[in-house]
Design a protein around this ligand. Structure first.
Ligand code: UDP
Length: 313
């Protein structure tokens, strides 16, 4: 049995990860300040003797006597939430990563950073592979997240080089699924809720920008496989789905799957919104023997069921 710390364990992805780790017989310590996470996500684990909740802001140093592995997820990830308090977001990435790395160093634990496709910024290469250094605006409204995560990657790389900490970096591409918050603000939750309520679907800009969406279960499998790699794997690995869609096509699909009568409204484009995004996952296929298994239609159906239930509550 391993003792595993999940920072951001109360969030959308974190709670799925805690659930999987508990199911596999591990002890899980979940650290969260519930800034964007929710107690509802982890309510079914409370009372489980293998589950410990530490309600704490990852920017504040914290201690655990022993942990074998750390999954470092804590950070708001939706543009509206990470921009709401940009300084907090940046501090979360920088100070949070330092706190986590110090604990990993002390405990000789393996530590995995959930980085992001945002490190590629408004990419000039397509699809994005890990060798690309990115095209990121350092002073824009998305920078607190993009540059914060880039700095986290630097910290992980330097703690590995300088102190021999066993670090892992995963670059997560757009992910969706049950337990996203209704007010999450990201595109899939927005479109599904708007469609279910027959309200206008809000397309930002001309809706021709693309994303490639992975279902949360595929991501969790990728994270677990990454943690199991040998210590030489300290370089970043993309985890995402390669099926690329425009936002207009996504809206049409969601309308169809929900049987919605929603109209589509074209709103102002967002500042620095990346135009195209699609991962090259050759490295994950090779190193992790991993690839996504849930098709967009299937994942959307499951997510629509979840939001339908939430709205009925
Ligand atoms: N988007 C949109 N309508 C919405 C929310 C998002 O058209 O109600 C677009 C947004 O402009 C972006 C894409 O959907 O191009 C994905 O946005 P999201 O916030 O989900 O994630 P991002 O990949 O930008 O971090």
């Amino acid at each position: 049995m391993k003792r595993i710390l999940v920072t951001g364990g109360g969030g959308f992805v974190g709670s799925h990860l805690c659930e999987r780790l508990l199911r596999e017989g591990n002890q899980v310590v979940c650290l969260d300040d519930f800034y964007t996470g929710s107690k509802q996500n982890i309510s079914s684990f409370i009372g489980n003797s293998d589950f410990k909740l530490v309600e704490c802001d990852v920017r504040v140093p914290f201690n655990e006597e022993t942990v074998d592995e750390i999954y470092h997820l804590a950070c708001p990830a939706s543009p509206i939430h990470y921009q709401e308090n940009a300084v907090k977001t940046l501090e979360t990435s920088v100070l949070g990563s330092i706190n986590v790395l110090k604990l990993a160093h002390k405990c000789n634990a393996k530590v995995l950073l959930t980085s992001t496709s945002e490190v590629y910024g408004n990419s000039m290469v397509h699809p994005q592979d890990e060798s690309y250094w990115g095209n990121v605006n350092p002073i824009g409204i998305r920078s607190c997240y993009d540059e914060g995560k880039r700095c986290s990657e630097t910290l992980f790389s330097d703690y590995h080089r300088q102190y021999g900490v066993r670090t892992k970096i995963v670059r997560i591409f757009n992910t969706y699924g049950p337990r996203m918050q209704c007010d999450d603000g990201r595109v899939i939750s927005n479109f599904i809720i708007q469609a279910l309520q027959n309200r206008s679907i809000t397309l930002y800009g001309n809706g021709k920008q693309t994303r490639s969406f992975q279902y949360v279960d595929d991501l969790i499998e990728g994270l677990i496989r990454m943690m199991q790699t040998d210590d030489s794997v300290s370089f970043p690995v993309n985890i995402g789905n390669t099926h690329e869609v425009t936002m207009v096509d996504l809206a049409e699909k969601i309308k169809l799957l929900t049987g919605s009568h929603s109209a589509m409204t074209f709103c102002d484009a967002l500042e620095d919104d990346p135009i195209r995004r699609k991962p090259d996952i050759s490295l994950a296929r090779k190193i992790l023997n991993w690839q996504p298994t849930v098709q967009l239609d299937e994942g959307l159906k499951r997510t629509i069921d979840y939001f339908r239930e939430q709205l009925n509550k």
